[in-house]
Write a protein that binds this ligand. Structure first.
Ligand SMILES: CC(C)(COP(=O)(O)OP(=O)(O)OC[C@H]1O[C@@H](n2cnc3c(N)ncnc32)[C@H](O)[C@@H]1OP(=O)(O)O)[C@@H](O)C(=O)NCCC(=O)NCCS
Length: 145
């Protein structure tokens, strides 16, 4: 997962330690896509304690070679179908305005479920201390059953 995120050139590069924590403590709300023994896609997510009827997608990524084949959308469908997502009504993620592939993914996922995909303010650019990060808009897909 770290390698896929790092190779994407788009996702924030987090530490290996961060993925170890996610895999240990949030594995019930994470999914990987494998081609044989190779991981070609992943989604990491959690249910925010203050909004427990939501699932927040922290990162989703698919290897360049496996893109355009519906892997990411399937990962989202698998995610919300997990036992740990029982009772979830809204899927949220933050997306930079320039990431049209990601935006399209969440809109397409919403269309599949016949629910709205709303976009609101997320994290402003000034909140990122490096000064180079784009703002992150908040996408909310749902409510769904
Ligand atoms: C975004 C990403 C996960 C999509 O993965 P994918 O497996 O290629 O996506 P899918 O094949 O499931 O496509 C889902 C929908 O998005 C659309 N889509 C995918 N890539 C697209 C692109 N580059 N431009 C426009 N639309 C795109 C597809 O056409 C599809 O829509 P449809 O169902 O209406 O046909 C992948 O491009 C990626 O890993 N990007 C780098 C990491 C990233 O940006 N992650 C998201 C951060 S929030």
């Amino acid at each position: 997962m770290w390698q896929l995120a790092s190779d994407s050139g788009v996702l924030d590069e987090n530490s290996h330690y961060c993925y170890l924590i996610i895999c240990r403590d949030f594995s019930e709300t994470c999914v990987v896509a494998a081609d044989g023994s190779e991981i070609v896609g992943f989604v990491t997510a959690y249910r925010p304690p203050q909004r427990s009827s939501n699932i927040f997608v922290w990162q989703i990524g698919v290897s360049e070679a496996a893109r355009g084949r519906g892997v990411a959308k399937r990962l989202l469908h698998e995610l919300v179908a997990l036992p740990a997502c029982r009772g979830v009504q809204v899927l949220e993620a933050t997306v930079t305005p320039s990431n049209s592939a990601s935006r399209r993914l969440f809109q397409s996922f919403a269309a599949n479920l016949s629910v709205p995909c709303n976009i609101a303010a997320g994290f402003a650019r000034e909140l990122f201390s490096d000064g180079e990060h784009e703002e992150e808009e908040l996408l909310r897909v749902g409510p769904f059953a």
